[in-house]
Design a binder for this molecule. Sequence first.
Ligand SMILES: Nc1ncnc2c1ncn2[C@@H]1O[C@H](COP(=O)(O)OP(=O)(O)OP(=O)(O)O)[C@@H](O)[C@H]1O
Ligand SMILES: [Mg+2]
Length: 446
Amino acid sequence: MRLQYQLHIAFTALLLIVLTVTGFAVHSLLLDGLIQDEKRQLEQKGELLVTLLNNDQYYPRERVDYDTFFKEQNLQVFVYDRHANDILFTTFPPKIATEFLRKNEKESKVKERFDLGGSTFVTSTLYLYSVDSGLELVLLTPLTDLEAVQQALLKRLLFIFVIGAIGAIGLSYLFTRKLVTPLSRLQDQVQKIEKREFDQLERVKATGEIKEVEQSVYDMATELHRYILSQQKFMQNASHELKTPLMTIQGYAEGIRDHVFTAEEEEKGLELMVEEVNRLKKIINEMILLAKLDSEQATYKPEHVDVNDLLERVIEHVFPLAHEKEVTVTTDVDQKYFIWVDKEKLLRALLNITNNGIRHAHSEVTLTSNACEQFVYIQVRDDGEGIDEQLLPHVFHRFMKGQHGETGLGLAIARAIVEQSGGTLEAFSDVGEGATFILKFPQKSH
Ligand SMILES: Nc1ncnc2c1ncn2[C@@H]1O[C@H](COP(=O)(O)OP(=O)(O)OP(=O)(O)O)[C@@H](O)[C@H]1O
Ligand SMILES: [Mg+2]
């Protein structure tokens, strides 16, 4: 069943339960309340009548005419003489008066609810003059009158309940629809992601948690799209990079087979073929390494590494290239810092960066280490021409290379290694001022 209907049914059921319970509670309390109220009113009326009858000036006791007095008040009463168990006056017929006397004979007090002539009455009893006189004024109201009021009130209440319930159910329908619609629209968007129709994706308007889910789905789709595009680009670049040396090799190999070259050209061709095969080997090795870094976390073996030792090893490794290019490589370290990384892999990343630096430097490459707020920073700076402005934002992308670049994988590998070590790698450059690469790692105490 659709979520909207489930929510709607749950809400309606809850509403009906609440209304039914309220209805029963009101039904039972209403009659009690009406009876209490009626008794209070009878009492007030009774007190007023007793005060009037006790006023000798208007109603001298020996000459009081109860008949005219009570008929004027439009009341149902008994004036009851308890000592004599007799009725001095009543507005009821004699048969009912007799029944009243019979039932009261053994009672010390008139009952609060009294059954007379087949009907129930609510009573209120007051002493007419004094307790000793034994004369009691009993005022009565038939319970049926109160029940009629109760029924009228209940009908009105039921009407309000029905109108309220219809309104609430309507509102619940609107609310649940408002709540569920974004979900079904989100489902449509997820189906588009499944079919990889990324350019058809639309944002879904929602609130609260659904908005957060929508944002996550959208971020996930953007990332997936970016990943798929980068994979496609990687494949295109890789096949292009592999094709160029292969075509050179093929051209020379066929020429040598068909004896179209002179001995000197053949010699040169073989040299070029060896060079291209080495280039192919390098590209393939770097691609394999990148693929491994992407997928196999297990090949990563972190340990405590002394940053100064690491920089010294970098200098040892780059010495031949630096010597060849007549570039001095120096370190600038103040104290010992430790980081938790795979030593051999990070050495490889630093070598990629430093080799780039040496190839582009005029005369100097500096390796620096320092720490700030629990982070260790390693800087590789050269005094070369700097990174081209247009290349800089993409310098870490695979197969991205500048004018005198080689494969364009070195920095992509370096970044993958640094990020696997929980660090970050960034490049800064001002044209003509050289390039700076900054590696940042969480500091470890040894
Ligand atoms: N220190 C630097 N100064 C100027 N340009 C640089 C520097 N380092 C890198 N670059 C530019 O960035 C490009 C990408 O570098 P990257 O190391 O990824 O590839 P590469 O050096 O061309 O090939 P390889 O895969 O062999 O390292 C280079 O081709 C170069 O143009
Ligand atoms: Mg490089």
